[in-house]
Design a binder for this molecule. Structure first.
Ligand code: ATP
Ligand code: MG
Length: 561
């Protein structure tokens, strides 16, 4: 993999800790893991965690596991497992020979729960969920011991076995760790570690009627995999004492160190999978991979490259304070990547016809265009030039101001790679005011775009041959939300903050014919218009290719505010 920015930067605090543990000999090799729950598609926030966990392994010759934290069968699905694997691979990371699943450890976790019971550190509780809440206390008042807390070890073993066999109804019994109901940390007030759930699991089927809870599962899965550094987001800081309690109480041979870092939040979007799912299920977007979604599959379809996302993660770094990163930072990363890598083409998004009166009727000439202005290795292509062309409607003005260097009465303009053309007349629909066609003459001596007599022609505009152009459909995507923080105002539903103009479909665009050779997913710059990507989903019903706008050429958004 192309190693991006990380090498040039000072180590973040997590990488410093790991480097210290390797140089002191505490660990011979770092073992990290990325532990998604398969209940949705990955988003850009997950990319931060992936780039950290897998990045550490790449940088130190360590190991990073991909582990599905699949302990909640009612919300999980194999389709999510597949999409997550695809996204991690696409980002450029390798999880080695095998994918891990928390469900691989269900037997082991059950055995360890029995051990906890035998150590008199866990008990079966029959309080209802409401009672449980009541007994739990609050941040300022201690909780109360459950009346079931002092069952004998033998009784607990028997009842836990009965829970496993399916003898009890869902919600009627749970297994709880016996820690401290007066602890100032609510997570330590006898947390639930197993619950009854009569759901079919996407991997273990109907084998289990009880499922371990996240906190219990996570530390033990880390331990079973020999994880050295368990890196997670800040909301788990208060869970760390429980993480450590489980490992210490079970006297496990290995004790991974949990270290927390801040989550990624971005302006103009929401990040939680629950909210993304709400947008998908409510048809506010076309799916998890809608190009406006900040999911990795959405970004991919939008035209973001893996390198741009890795660079973005390196740019924002790893820290401990929560903040909302400007969407402009992400957009700048894809711009700088595509500026170097994307070839240039011409495409007229909103066409108006130009007729060159003195150009031969049937002649079609080939003119040559550079594929990249700075990189000659990207070669050239030929473009058909003909009597009738399309230019951008906004490249013509009937009464242009002085600084307008495009086409208008009495103006001469350069058709990029083509000829210099001089305005003659235009035809307008008087009732609507719409310009129907513009007549020009061309200077036959100016092929390629330079004036034979050296006269100055300031404006250069793009164009496409009307005879040979390729009609395409363009999705002009913009930010999905109108406001920087759609979650800021708790009284407003985030769905009411959607940007109604986040997708504008242009169905009259015409592109130069070479675009027919592009492959789905290819990135391109349409000169003067922005970066686009050929959609990976089928062409529109009329058979036209569909291009998605990845990003504008410059950061025009900041100015619009
Ligand atoms: P969400 O809140 O979006 O539903 P999650 O934390 O429930 O996300 P998981 O599947 O549990 O999603 O996450 C897998 C890993 O990715 C976890 O280690 C989690 O901390 C990390 N992660 C999730 N969201 C972010 C984020 N916005 N920034 C950084 N890391 C994240
Ligand atoms: Mg989660």
């Amino acid at each position: 993999m192309e190693n991006t920015e990380t090498e040039k930067r000072p180590l973040d605090f997590i990488r410093q800790i790991i480097a210290g543990d390797l140089s002191s000999g505490k660990h011979e090799q770092s073992v990290t893991r990325f532990p998604p729950e398969p209940n949705g598609f990955l988003h850009i926030g997950h990319a931060k965690s992936i780039c950290l966990n897998f990045g550490v392994a790449v940088e130190n010759g360590g190991i990073c596991n991909l582990r599905f934290d699949d302990t909640n069968p009612s919300k999980e699905d194999i389709a999510y497992v597949d999409s997550i694997k695809e996204d991690v691979k696409w980002l450029g990371f390798d999880w080695g020979k095998q994918v891990h699943y928390a469900s691989d450890y269900f037997d082991k976790l059950y055995e360890l729960a029995i051990l906890l019971i035998k150590k008199n550190k866990a008990f079966v509780c029959e309080l209802s969920p409401e009672q449980m809440r009541e007994y739990r206390g609050t941040l300022t008042t201690p909780g109360k011991d459950s009346p079931y807390r002092n069952r004998s070890v033998a009784e607990n073993l028997e009842m836990f076995e009965a829970m496993k066999k399916g003898d009890f109804a869902e919600g009627s019994h749970v297994l709880r760790a016996k820690i401290d109901m007066a602890s100032p940390n609510l997570n330590l007030r006898d947390p639930i570690i197993y619950r009854i759930l009569k759901a079919t699991h996407h991997r273990t089927g109907d084998q289990w009627q009880i499922y371990p809870m996240y906190d219990y599962t996570h530390c033990l899965s880390d331990m079973l995999e020999g994880v050295t550094h368990s890196l997670c987001t800040l909301e788990f800081q208060d869970h760390r004492p429980l993480y450590n309690w489980v490992l210490e109480t079970l006297e496990t041979p290995c004790h991974p160190r949990q270290i927390e870092f801040s989550r990624l939040n971005l302006t103009y979007t929401v990040m939680s999978k629950r909210k993304l799912l709400q947008m998908v299920e409510g048809n506010y977007v076309s799916g998890w991979d809608d190009p406006r979604m900040l999911t990795l599959s959405g970004l991919r379809r939008r035209g973001y490259t893996p390198a741009s996302i890795r660079n973005f993660c390196a740019t924002i770094g790893i820290g401990k304070s929560d903040s909302r990163i400007s969407m402009g930072v992400l957009e700048n990363e894809i711009r700088s990547d595509l500026n170097v890598h994307a070839e240039r083409r011409m495409c007229v998004l909103d066409p108006v016809k130009v007729i060159i009166d003195n150009y031969p009727d049937d002649l079609i000439e080939e003119v040559v265009g550079k594929n990249h202005p700075q990189n000659p290795d990207k070669g050239v292509r030929s473009l058909p030039f003909s009597k009738e062309l399309y230019i951008e409607r906004n490249d013509f003005m009937e009464e242009p101001p002085k600084k307008y260097h495009r086409l208008g009465p009495d103006r001469e303009v350069r058709l990029r790679y083509g000829y210099l053309v001089q305005y003659v007349s235009h035809v307008k629909d008087e009732s609507s005011g719409e310009i129907l066609e513009i007549h020009c003459t061309y200077d036959p001596e100016s092929k390629g775009g330079s004036a034979p007599d050296g006269r100055k022609v300031k404006g250069t505009i793009h164009w496409v041959s009307a005879a040979k152009g390729l009609p395409v459909t363009i999705n002009m995507y913009d930010r999905l939300f109108k406001v920087e923080d759609p979650e800021a105002d708790k009284d407003i539903d985030f769905l009411d903050q959607l940007n109604p103009d986040s997708q504008v479909v242009l169905s009259h665009a015409i592109a130069e014919p070479s675009l027919a050779e592009m492959k789905p997913g290819d990135n391109i710059q349409f000169e003067r218009q922005g970066y686009f990507c050929l959609d990976t989903v089928a062409p529109t019903k009329d058979g036209k290719l569909v291009f998605n706008r990845t990003v504008t050429l410059r950061d025009s958004w900041e100015k619009r505010k």
